[in-house]
Design a protein around this ligand. Structure first.
Ligand SMILES: CC(C)(COP(=O)(O)OP(=O)(O)OC[C@H]1O[C@@H](n2cnc3c(N)ncnc32)[C@H](O)[C@@H]1OP(=O)(O)O)[C@@H](O)C(=O)NCCC(=O)NCCS
Length: 146
């Protein structure tokens, strides 16, 4: 597996992988992405990005690995590579069931009092969405302080 910055020609695949993973399909500018590529087959097997927000915060986002390649350390490699090129703090949104997954990289769940403007607004919005309430999905915000 190779981890590399995305190029413009990866844009359609990034969108496809993120949509198939059923995570936030907004703000998928390829310039912010790192790609995991199968060293033999050459296809894209995972993606992830860092988003910069207007309140000055940065978000680890769009982490997705294609189903047939999950649980082989690819998601972890993408997260670590993105963290290595950023300075703390970094924030992320995830489903509550993924809290332990991100804890292993040094993220911790934060309460609303530690959220910047962007996360407060989005966290309230997302957790009020009827489809999330119906599916009993709870989204949390996590922070890496370095
Ligand atoms: C979450 C995701 C990126 C992890 O990538 P991955 O390459 O499968 O993960 P890794 O191989 O690095 O790590 C595997 C570990 O994560 C855990 N894990 C993976 N997905 C999980 C999930 N949905 N819930 C709980 N734990 C999960 C595994 O149990 C495994 O733990 P172990 O090492 O103790 O056995 C991947 O499952 C995925 O693309 N999911 C769909 C999209 C998504 O939910 N993205 C996260 C957005 S915040």
């Amino acid at each position: 597996m190779l981890i590399r910055p995305a190029t413009e020609s990866d844009h359609a695949t990034i969108k496809r992988v993120v949509r198939a993973a059923r995570i936030n399909p907004m703000d998928l500018d390829w310039r912010r992405f790192l790609i995991a590529q199968d060293a033999d087959a050459g296809n894209i097997i995972g993606v992830g990005q860092i988003k910069a927000h207007n309140d000055g915060s940065c978000e680890l986002a769009s982490i997705a690995v294609i189903p047939e390649k999950q649980k082989q350390g690819i998601g972890s490699a993408i997260v670590r590579a993105l963290m290595a090129k950023e300075s703390p703090p970094l924030f992320l949104f995830c489903q509550a069931k993924l809290e332990m997954y991100y804890t292993r990289f040094g993220f911790r769940k934060i309460g609303v009092e530690e959220m910047t403007t962007y996360y407060k607004r989005m966290w309230r919005l997302v957790n009020a969405m009827p489809e999330f309430i119906r599916a009993n999905v709870h989204v949390i915000v996590m922070k890496w302080d370095g």
